[in-house]
Design a protein around this ligand. Structure first.
Ligand SMILES: C[S@@+](CC[C@H](N)C(=O)[O-])C[C@H]1O[C@@H](n2cnc3c(N)ncnc32)[C@H](O)[C@@H]1O
Length: 204
């Protein structure tokens, strides 16, 4: 359903698909962490990876879309920041990231059908180092009751509790498990309140 061709076509359809700013929940949850190695899952046009690298993180920025990655690589950054980012063209559902390898694994708005999503999130959890952080953010299912455009497929959406349920309780401390309100504008120009599922967990 959402393979590399789908995403390449979406990125080709517009000169910029996302805002170019880092995701607000990444900024809120990660600003207090000591920089180390990070995996940005589905990095898109690269704003989160660049923000992390500007703060000293060494980032593997992975995406299934070569169009998105070309765009991300083309963003002008300092030599130091560029050196800290590896742009990686890969399908993270087809192949798992290396286990226990990252101090931070961040997945922002990865929406897949339930089975591949749960497989991916379990693999992402396995790729976090001991004492490292897993941050998963997604559109909450309640957004389907609003006027913001969302694919009319409930199975693509999840709560923070859905994500927490995938983690082995003996191995993780749940730091944040919430539905966070955010204001946005719908296609008719109305201000709408939507919700993001935010799960932040620390591996023991
Ligand atoms: C909704 S976008 C979010 C982009 C970015 N994280 C952000 O918040 O701006 C989802 C991204 O995940 C990528 N993606 C989807 N399936 C993927 C997969 N199986 N492996 C790697 N990346 C994938 C898409 O190409 C797209 O860039």
């Amino acid at each position: 359903m959402f393979d590399g061709t789908f995403w390449d076509e979406l990125y080709r359809s517009r000169s910029a698909v996302w805002s170019g700013n880092p995701n607000i929940h990444l900024v809120n949850e990660v600003s207090d962490l000591t920089p180390g190695s990070a995996l940005d899952v589905g990095c898109g046009e690269g704003a989160d990876a660049i923000w992390l690298a500007e703060r000293g993180w060494r980032v593997t920025a992975a995406d299934i879309s070569s169009v998105a990655l070309e765009r991300a690589r083309a963003v002008v950054v300092s030599v130091d920041v560029a050196r800290r980012i590896d742009w990686l063209h890969t399908d993270l559902v087809a192949g798992a990231p290396p286990s226990a390898s990252y101090d931070l694994v961040s997945a922002q708005f990865m929406h897949l059908p339930r089975a591949p999503r749960e497989l991916l999130f379990r693999r992402l959890a396995a790729s976090v180092k001991p004492q490292g952080t897993l941050l998963i953010v997604g559109h909450h299912p309640s957004d389907l009751q609003t006027t913001v455009p969302r694919p009319p497929k409930p199975e693509l959406f999840y709560t923070a509790a859905d994500v927490a349920a995938l983690l082995e309780p003996n191995n993780w401390d749940i730091i944040v498990e919430v539905s966070r309100e955010r204001s946005t504008t719908d296609p008719a120009g109305r201000i709408v309140t939507i919700h993001d599922a935010v799960l932040r967990a620390r591996r023991r």
